[in-house]
Design a protein around this ligand. Structure first.
Ligand code: 8YV
Length: 313
């Protein structure tokens, strides 16, 4: 008999197909009455599969006493109640590394897009303004500028390698200095922000990092500084960021993530000094397939009592 899993939200069709052929899968997001679903699977359900945004709350896990693994399709596990999992000896796995290159690519794309005004330029060209009004306004160079990376993990490192190619000087702020890193460690985020042109946020969301990019940090970044966030919206004080963009207290922002996804503060839609993405940094076929395969491999390892490939904690 196959193991019973609760799937919190849809994954790639190919991954769902394999998951549903190897396991008995209950689709939480499609249930009309989630309480009835949880009650009906409470004895049989031994694992939860979810994505980084949905995670799984303790209120769900409490109803499933036999769950021993939560497999997350994503690197960020901030939406999983990890205290509950630790206390109940539930393993948590995620999908690190396989997405780092695409997330770093998105960070670079956002930095270029906002500095070189790619979206405004595209609108300008499509509106026929080039022939009617002449060249679009000048933009800001990226090459050779100073980059600060908040969070020097796998994504931060992949980003630094790319920024190196733009001749940028690179410094970083992290919980601790990375021994052997060629980049300059700065222990305070405010100091980092004060000394760079681009502040990239790639840190994971933890109690220590949530809200870290606040008015003090944005003041330090200053009117010529750009903020690029490909991590979690919760790391930034979002209402303050919106007002700083409206008042041009920073030069601009490139945002893939938001505090209350999928909601985006409407005030941002009217601004030219921000480029928005719908949390899509890891959203390529190649990476999503690799993430899905890692979810499947972690489940296989767990149910065969083998070491997990990418355990969290
Ligand atoms: C995914 C993410 O978009 O890895 C993460 O933590 O946020 C993203 O890669 C998400 O988990 C997929 O829904």
């Amino acid at each position: 008999m196959s193991h019973t899993l609760l799937l919190m939200g849809p994954l790639l069709p190919s991954i769902m197909k394999t998951l549903e052929s190897d396991y008995t899968v209950h689709r939480y997001w499609e249930a009309h009455d989630t309480a009835t679903l949880l009650d009906s699977v409470k004895d049989d359900c031994v694992g939860v599969v979810t994505d980084g945004g949905r995670g799984v709350a303790a209120t769900v896990l409490e109803k499933l006493p036999n769950v021993k693994i939560v497999a997350v399709f994503g690197v960020g596990v901030d939406a999983v109640d990890q205290d509950y999992c630790r206390a109940h000896k539930i393993h948590v796995t995620n999908t690190p590394d396989v997405l780092s290159d695409d997330v770093a690519d998105m960070a670079v794309a956002l930095a270029l897009a906002i500095s070189r005004q790619l979206v405004s330029g595209d609108t300008y060209a499509r509106a026929g303004k080039w022939s009617k009004e002449g060249a679009m306004p000048l933009t800001t160079r990226v090459m050779g500028k100073r980059a600060g990376i908040y969070g020097m993990g796998s994504i931060g490192n992949a980003l630094a390698r790319r920024l190196d190619g733009f001749g940028m000087s690179i410094s970083y702020c992290n919980r601790s200095e990375r021994p052997g890193s060629p980049y300059q460690f700065v222990s305070s985020l405010e100091t980092l922000a004060a000394n760079v042109d681009y502040l990239f946020v790639t840190a994971s969301a933890t109690p220590g990092s949530v809200g870290a990019v606040n008015s003090t940090v944005l003041d330090a970044l200053g009117a010529n500084g750009y903020l690029i966030n490909v991590s979690r919206g919760t790391l930034v004080d979002e209402p303050t960021l919106v007002s700083y963009l409206q008042d041009e207290k920073i030069a601009g922002a490139g945002l893939d993530v938001f505090a209350h996804e999928p909601a985006i503060p409407e005030a941002l839609f009217a601004l030219d000094n921000v480029v928005l993405q719908p949390h899509n940094a890891s959203g390529t076929w190649e990476t999503r397939e690799a993430m899905g395969q890692l979810v499947l491999d972690n489940l296989t390892a767990h149910f065969n009592s083998q070491p997990l490939l990418t355990p969290v904690g």
